[in-house]
Design a protein around this ligand. Sequence first.
Ligand code: GLC
Ligand code: GLC
Length: 810
Amino acid sequence: MQYGYFDDERREYVITRPDTPYPWINYLGNEDFYGLFSNTSGGYCFYRDARMLRLTRYRYNNAPTDAGGRYFYLRDNGDVWTPSWMPMKSSLDRYECRHGMGYSRISSARNGLAFTQVSFVPLKDNCEIHKVTLTNESKTDKNIDMFSFIEFCLWNANDDMTNFQRNYSIGEVEIEGSRIYHKTEYRERRNHYAVWAVNVPVAGFDTDRQTFLGLYNGFDHPDTVFAGKANNSVASGWAPVGSHHIKVQLSPGESKALVFVLGYCENPEEEKWERPGVINKKPANALLEKYSTPEAADRALAALNDYWNNLLGRFTVDAEDKRMVRMAGVWNQYQCMVTFNMSRSASYFESGIGRGMGFRDSNQDLLGFVHLVPERARARILDIAATQFPDGSAYHQYQPLTRRGNNEVGSGFNDDPLWLICGAAAYIKETGDYSILDEKVPFDNKEELADTLFVHLKRSFDYTVTHLGPHGLPLIGRADWNDCLNLNCFSKTPGESFQTTANFESGVAESVLIAAIFVYTGPDYIEICRRTGRTQEAEHAEKAIAAMTGAINQYGWDGEWFLRAYDAHGKKIGSSECEDGQIFIESNGFAVMAGIGLEDGRGQKALDSVKERLDTKYGIVLLQPAYKEYHLELGEVSSYPPGYKENAGIFCHNNPWITIAETILGRGTRAFETYTKICPAYREDDSDLRRMEPYVYAQMVAGKDAPRFGEAKNSWLTGTAAWTFVSISQYILGVRPEFDGLLIDPCIPSTMKKYSVTRHFRGADYHITVDNSAGSEKGVKSITLDGKPLDGAVLPALGDGKTHKVVVIM
Ligand code: GLC
Ligand code: GLC
């Protein structure tokens, strides 16, 4: 069953009933200020770092789910209801939530009172705007009491949820007219506060949670709203909240619009106070002045729309298959922006207090983002590289606010360094900007250790070369891409981290996946060397790659597919010799992507084995057979019940590797099939089972061994977003940035008879139409550029700001 539909014209997903199978959320904000916003107005917001600078509180893993948000309560002639359905679960005469590009709009009505809330973060300002419109659709006058409600987080979201002995005594607020200021810890080391304001006079306010709700009430029964009158409570310790009481009179047919702003403000250290004990409100005044009218809010929303129109204009696609079109053209790219911004920090599955930016995750995220805002990808690459150690290894994660490596997780994930080459190569191919290689970047965040980005790439490359095991394959370290393949962990202690513990320094466990990633990124590294005159280095790299390819051929092939790894005792993982875990998806996808086994048919055999043993109707599972019991020598992968997560779940991130690999073999029909199986838009009418948003990819769908086969989890923050975008845009539709220009190399189902793509590339636009009346799957017969036959398949970077017509005949 469906809970909504795509409005392609407006690039919105329209949710038509509030009780979706899970909260279906959207992200507000693009640069510094972010909000998570569910279809019932749940969620929270933060400035730059979801852990350190959280503005509003959120209760994870709660019952009911999705508790906390920006709530509005309406009291209409004694009838109290919440127009976003939650938290009161009010019965509504109408309900709709439209999630769009950076904004959401909830509309509802009850008893002749209509409500609309448009929520977004304006470009460039650090605030959420909630424009609320009330309309009297009845035949009589209405006197409405409206109450806003948010609950402040005491900034550090981790401390906020744990350190009550302190926190119950530190909450402080100031109130000035319609403006509520949250200033906890401002008296000491903070120079920032939050403001929650409305642009009209209020009848009263509340800032103390207990007073507003009643100690034994939930958000669904605030005493104050039922009483119809605010208490003007001033929080002192406990839980500071922000609630405005507004009286709205509406004659029949009349509408009124109010603008609520939830902002983050900072003062220079010397200008913290207006007078003793009173915060300097200058920055808040300026912000609120700017958004003091509904028209100003509308203009800011229009600017946001322009921004997205422009961004999504950089890659558009038109084809018969509307589900592919809306995903590749809109939602997948949108999700790539979100994963680029958030890494794996804040979602409804990531608390925002745990993981920061991931080294491998962020490098992969930019593969799907670099065409949108190349400058930001450039800055990101430099940030990531600065957390690399001088020996080429890397902090696995870093904190966005400080951009420093995260000591708690440390390093030792031996695939990490290679993703930096992958990210940097993608940036250079997109932009042609080799100057990034000359940027001086610290190692381990220490300026005195700075060297050029090229040197960082070289250290990444060499790290792999110098960390080889007994078979000449890369040592896995704590884990490779599969965080849960912890071959040196040997953990018997409950609760001990699988990923940061090494109880057995084997120096033996090796990864075939890292070997394949090495051979895959190698040619890009060589190209970078050659194109910047580093011939010797290129030759050194060629030898290393040849040796690695040899090692994979000799020790990485199992007969019908590629092996996955060798454990700490030198035993095979992912082999027909194993009882469980005989075949894994990752090494098979990446080996073929790396071009291994293409001449002798092993590549095809490997992918045929993947299809035969790992494929399901909802996507390809990570391994088979699932591990039935815990294996000390394998770690977390065997800790999950069969069918979930890395233990034979459909871990969507690596499905596009198979898609890409299939296009390399030229099997367009199969490639497209693997693309559609995990693509959420194709499962829209199956939402009761899938449960997650139909407009975003999820990290995992439960595999065939799981009781809940087909159910998705961990939507939004997943490398699936970037890799599926790469697979569909570059390998299926076949418009792929290369060092010299845009390569045209489609690999499509024979039934796809035509499509077109527009691609912005290095300062020009290319309108590419592909004619496949021949019904082929791969192979371009001719290409014309602006009417003239093109020699080869690479469109040159014309950089003239014009639109060029490209016609491709397959
Ligand atoms: C998660 C992690 C990613 C890892 C993957 C597989 O998505 O964010 O870094 O590669 O799981 O374990
Ligand atoms: C957990 C997850 C895994 C993820 C890792 C990140 O182990 O199961 O998917 O990659 O955490 O640290």
